[in-house]
Design a protein around this ligand. Sequence first.
Ligand SMILES: [Mn+2]
Length: 324
Amino acid sequence: MNTTEAAEAVALRSVVDVLAAADHVTVLCHTRPDADTIGSGLAIAGALRSRGTVVEVSFPGPTRLPSALAALPGADLLIEPEDVVGYPVVVAVDCASIHRLDTLAGVLESATESIVVDHHASNAGFGTVNLVDPGADCTAELALAIIDALDVPLDVGVATCLYAGVVTDTGSFKWAQPKSHRIAARLLELGVDGRTWTRHLLDTHRFAWLSMVSAALESAVLVSEAFDGRGLVYAVVDHGSTRELGWEESESVVDIVRTTAEAEVAVVFKEASPGDWTVSMRAKSEVDLVPIARTHGGGGHRLACGYSASGSADEVVGQLLRSV
Ligand SMILES: [Mn+2]
């Protein structure tokens, strides 16, 4: 065990000690929730519920939950942000910073014990107890470690929630470490329907998604000289093309854009509401995106980052181009 592993073992022990002693726990997922935050949150909450703990799970609105996530086992534990009680022990899952809790940040700040469980490299550790492991492919991996350390046997419902985090955060195992394959094997052997959940979570879109993708790809620009000639490709998804679809439907665009052979870095600008943008950045292997994302007030992983911006499409694109 090296120093990092030893520190993580201590952090895991601290998290489990706090959770095991609590009879009420609030679990918070990040804004614009993905399968890793909701899956990890519901898995931890489901495991705690099975040991008799009173739990509530929420994420900051006003966005509705993508239907695949709302169908995860244990989603009945999810409550509206305005209904959150805020128990003395609060767990934030998959949140790189407190800003990811948006309107629910105060719930974490008011807690006696605030537990941060996350795998983002940019996470500075904003809880009283922090289990932050950038070496984990997904937060679900850390949620599983917590559940195992609590000695709660996995049921297929909790296993399905964990699988949702693993399969999505590894891009269907495209960049999964061996340990994620081992975790997936364990979850599938417990009875998780991997084929169905992968289809629901990653391979299902409404018909209008095809036109949105078409418009986004039409907008793509290749900046060959960027990043010392390694290349940047970007595309714009404006509000008009996603209005009828829901914000989560634009999440997959970057996965198409980043296949561009001539570009090390891919960026997609997504207009969530008129003039309000979320920016997704992906690098193939060489460029560390975290410093660039931080310049714009965001964060993430070395090869996958994001931030928010406001202005016209030309303005937000210009802001990024000037910073790289
Ligand atoms: Mn994650």
